[in-house]
Design a protein around this ligand. Structure first.
Ligand SMILES: *Cc1c(COP(=O)(O)O)cnc(C)c1O
Length: 461
């Protein structure tokens, strides 16, 4: 039976259980995937489940779910918890608005628009800019690609693709670029993967050379995706140099800042996205560097006309009151749309822009702790560079894939591996701003202790 007060009380109890469990066991007890259904009762049945059994089962599920908020989770491009953002997200669930109309979302529309307006100001977009909250960074990239396609070939919205459109991204960029080329009708074979330099940043000269080659062969250069924080190394493509090229050949420039675009909040690190105001669109994920719950992705467009041209659709049954500026469904991909703005707004409002800056800079501080530790310790080989919160390394001559898997299977710490050119390495992501310097040093200690107790890991690289 539906009973909000009693279920909210249960929620508080379960959340308290989870938090104390996280302190005791920062890495969840792992269930082998082939034993999942026999270990924990996930079955759905004809009969109801009574209260006590239901509660016990929920606790079991919580305890065995991977813990992404603890100080031993470094596996993903998100981690930790910002409590004010959690508060906002819980309220969004209670309110359960859909973001398409002012009639249904009211002030939530203003909350979303305020985030967009402030973000546009911070990156230096002008008065015609606007944006929306897509379902994630992949969808942000998709929306950017569709706008770039439509800007180059407006007819294609009515008649489908008829021109040989070509798009460009670095070989270090996010894999959504490939899927999106397929979804947008451009085709995976019409992406050009541009070489990156030794630090993982796109080489502008290689981009221009490829563009000239495509023009010579009758192709139509349409869209360039530049990345602010590549998935493996956390590298930044040189936006100014790329913008010189996209302006010259009239190509849409999108900056994918899903991972590290939030440097826009830091005077100290903003130079990494220098030139971003020259882009046509820019996206960033607040659920990565800013630590809001998943998902919270924002796409900004220098000229909102493109958002309308590509995504608006009249629907008399829906848009019955208020102007387009307040009916956000006119510029979104979805119809019904979750309120992802409130959690970011509660975080931003409560900490101020300075507080967001502190969150971002703390991640670089932690990265510097890790860099320093690795540089001062001859047992380690470093593969990453300054100004990145992805710290890539190998320890002794231990195979990084075997090491990460063993650390995970033995519930020591959760960390992933990555590759760049011919090298494969452990990738420590210092994105949890709640961590302290001690937590980072503890990670290395835990790893070294484990390696010394597991001699068969050695010498298998
Ligand atoms: C994470 C990431 C994405 C994808 O974002 P999702 O929200 O996971 O879809 C895209 N680009 C980059 C550079 C990313 O790091």
């Amino acid at each position: 039976m539906s009973n909000i007060p009693s279920d909210l009380a249960l929620f508080n109890e379960l959340a308290a259980t989870l938090i104390s469990e996280e302190e005791k066991n920062p890495v969840a007890e792992r269930i082998d995937s082939d034993k999942l259904y026999e270990t924990i009762d996930l079955s759905l049945n004809d009969g109801a489940m009574i209260d006590d059994a239901f509660k016990l089962l929920l606790k079991e599920v919580l305890i065995s779910t991977p813990k992404t908020a603890t100080n031993l989770f470094f596996n993903q491009l998100f981690g930790g918890r910002q409590s004010k953002a959690i508060l906002g997200d819980l309220l969004a669930v209670m309110l359960n608005n859909s973001m398409y109309t002012y009639k249904v979302a009211g002030p939530q529309v203003g909350i979303e628009q305020e985030i967009i307006r402030q973000s546009c100001n911070l990156i230096g977009y002008g008065a015609a800019s606007n944006g929306t909250f897509p379902t994630g960074g992949s969808m942000s990239n998709y929306m950017a690609l569709v706008m770039g396609r439509d800007a180059k070939d407006p007819e294609c919205r009515l008649n489908g693709m008829s021109k040989p459109l070509i798009i460009y991204t670095s070989k270090e960029s996010h894999y959504s670029n490939a899927k999106n080329a397929s979804f947008a009708g451009i085709g995976r074979n019409n992406i050009r993967y541009i070489k990156a330099d030794a630090k993982g940043s796109m080489l502008p000269a290689a981009l221009e050379a490829q563009i000239l080659k495509d023009i010579e062969n009758g192709g139509i250069p349409t869209y360039v995706n530049a990345t602010a924080g590549t998935t493996v190394l956390g590298a930044f493509d040189p936006i100014d140099a790329i913008a010189d090229i996209t302006e010259k050949y009239e190509i849409w420039l999108h900056v994918d800042g899903a991972y590290c675009g939030s440097v826009l909040f830091s005077e100290k690190y903003k130079h990494l996205i220098k030139g971003v105001e020259r882009s046509n669109s820019f996206s960033y994920n607040a659920h990565k560097m800013l630590g809001t719950p998943l998902t919270c992705s924002i796409i900004l467009v220098n000229d909102k006309k493109h958002l309308h041209d590509s995504f608006s659709n009249d629907a008399d049954y829906l848009y019955q009151t208020d102007g387009d500026d307040f009916n956000l469904g006119k510029t979104s991909f979805q119809c019904g749309r979750r309120n992802d703005a409130l959690k970011f707004w509660t975080l931003w409002k409560s900490l101020g822009t300075n507080g967001l800056k502190d969150i971002v800079e703390q991640q670089f501080n932690l990265a510097n702790v890790a860099l320093k530790y690795i540089r001062n310790n001859p047992d380690y080989t470093l593969y990453s560079f300054d100004d990145s919160i992805s710290i890539c390394f190998n320890y002794k001559n231990i195979d990084p894939i075997a090491l990460c898997t063993a650390l995970y299977e033995n519930q020591i710490t959760v960390v992933g591996f990555g590759s760049f050119n011919a090298d494969t390495f452990v990738r420590l992501v210092t994105i949890n701003a709640n961590n302290s310097e001690q937590d980072i040093l503890n990670f290395f200690k835990v790893l070294e202790d484990f390696a010394s107790k597991t001699p068969n890991l050695l010498n298998i690289k």
